[in-house]
Design a binder for this molecule. Sequence first.
Ligand code: NDP
Length: 466
Amino acid sequence: MSDFSALLESVVTSEGQEIFNPATGESLGCCPVGTPADVDAAVARARAAAPGLAQLSHEERSELLMRAADAIEAKAEALAELLSREQGKPLNGPNARFEVGACAGWLRATASFDSPDYVAVDADVTATVTYKPLGVVGAIGPWNWPMMITIWQIAPAVRMGNTVVVKPSEYTPLSVLALVKTINEVLPQDVVQVVTGGGDVGAALSTHAGIDKLMFTGSTATGKKIVSASAEGLTPLTLELGGNDAGIVLDDADPAAIAGDLFWGAFINTGQTCAAMKRLYVPASLYDAVCDALLAVAEASPMGVGLDENNVLGPLQNKAQFDIVDGLVKEAVASGARVLTGANPDYEAPGYFYPTTLIADIDPENPLVTEEQFGPALPIIKYTDLDWAIEQANSLDVGLGSSVWSSDRDRALGVASRLEAGTTWINSHGAVDPRVPFGGIKSSGYGVEFGTEGLKGLAYPHIING
Ligand code: NDP
């Protein structure tokens, strides 16, 4: 039996919710459909395990994270194959192998951060600030980067001494079950548990009295429900929600030089990425050159079944997302926007493949611009006035990422400082780093992940003053 088959067999069940490969329709097997009672039981076990983890030192918990990274690396190819078959993303390119590698990398980086503890001292005061574990963390995640986002939630929680109950998306539960099973070969019992199931399981977790902190990554709509639910127990939240990131090309940029990074800034994970570039503003003087350069990259980036090593773009993960992208593109085309490539999916073909789509000459108020497409369809908006482009970039009620593209760093910095978003990249888009805080503003959420700032979100500062 291959490593992949053994891994799959260790997480599937004979009954429950059947999981399909979104590229082929192939059944992978079933996964358990959890209930609120399963959440109760997992939280009780997590509470029982919490004191044991809390009493370990930072060094000991960092060692656990390093061993978890080793365990992932030992099964990397099998994990990547399962992720590819369940999520749809290709093995190759910045996709499944990249995601599994990022899981190990994030664990190692999180293990290496300095403790956030410090002493504030001057002539009149000595305040010792110790960041203590909160207890049990609930971690609810989406289907686009299911393994990596779970690690983003687990790693800082465990590093700070909390146990974790994970509720994965019902679209990608096997990837998360396999990931957690792998790290649980080295973690103490009940430090990280998974309860699979639907939104009712997520709701049970987010409202549970035994949860001391909730990490949520998903849509703004679900995020708002979680905020309402958190009022009862005053549960602290970190919310990473949707975005509609703008990229602004300045008129001194070199289209050929930026085209590759522009393309992958928008199309990484076939556009199903929270901090992907979802609308691109290009000056009239460079408009045709940027469109042509993007088209050339699109034509050289094959889309198809994930296990084929040629492919670097995959299907939409589910039918609902396919329909959202299809609807937005149809509306854009009906409004008179120009299709540079793509649109017109083959509805009869297997899999939720939506062609790589570039849309030019589009009205800035078109829904493909103002709503989050979360798929492989980029609107390219022409501008003649940079102030207008900046105003447009800031005009929506979301603010996760943004980017400025220019050959002049000082000029790019000037524009970047005027953009309203958690992160503004220069000459790249969406490149997150475990050492650098990441989070959104407005309806993109609150709280930050990563780095020492992220660790503080999984602990409370206990101050001894005197
Ligand atoms: P959803 O909000 O639909 O689902 C996210 C998770 O919440 C799933 O596990 C879901 O379970 C669960 N859930 C559903 N209802 C409830 C509830 N009432 N209470 C608690 N949990 C619940 O998001 P998607 O999975 O569709 O992910 C796509 C969205 O996530 C996009 O809008 C994207 O922008 C955003 N996103 C944001 C990121 C960020 O870092 N800012 C990163 C990735 C995605 P189930 O699947 O079983 O319904």
